[in-house]
Design a protein around this ligand. Sequence first.
Ligand code: SF4
Ligand code: FES
Length: 237
Amino acid sequence: MVSFVIDGKNVQAEGGAMLLNVARQNGIVIPTLCAHDTVARSGACRLCVVEVTKGKRTRIVTSCLYPVDEGIVVSTKTERVMNVRSLVMQLLMARCPESQLLKDMAKEMGIEPQPSFRVETDKGKCILCRLCVKTCEDVVGVSAIGLSRRGKDKIVGPPFMEDSVTCVGCGACAYVCPTDHIVMESTDGRRKIWGRAFRMKACDTCGRYFAPVDQLKWISKKTGTPLSELSVCLSCK
Ligand code: SF4
Ligand code: FES
């Protein structure tokens, strides 16, 4: 265990625990966009910055990636921290002017969108956090989507932005996306996502459509479970 100070409060935590988690456990709210419990942290959004003093050195760090250490002094709401968060937010809003989530978060943080931040490339609602990509890769194990193009033209989607052949239609990317950028529509036994339509399987017991057939085939192949044993939804199991 290590002892340190956060916003004037003495706290204890396991050495190496991530600062963001420890702050949350102690009721301290730090805004985040790209931290999700199911995938490894990437530090993509930079919204979770805080100020850390270690010895004689004070610096701004991303709290989701910073391991706590004995004797550090953490401040989560100094003027410097708020200025950096405000700048990050302005850049995100300029890049994703359609995102209501960003507008709401900015309002909560007391940040007004500044017209001086030019929109270079409208990304819709995508903040390029890669949560969807990592979920598809690490959790689902499919790797159907990724980042393509470079610099300001960077975009998330299937390779060459063509209809994905490997996607199984599970929708995990849409669930994890913090800004609702990924459009997934499920109607009449069909699910549409990433330019493809997937046939849904109806539960053998209750008749409710519960998963795309391709996803069930993928699970069957990956786990060795016969497809016939995957024909009932979780509620009816
Ligand atoms: S689509 Fe969503 S999850 Fe994927 S990179 Fe963009 S904002 Fe992040
Ligand atoms: S939550 Fe830490 S960088 Fe996004």
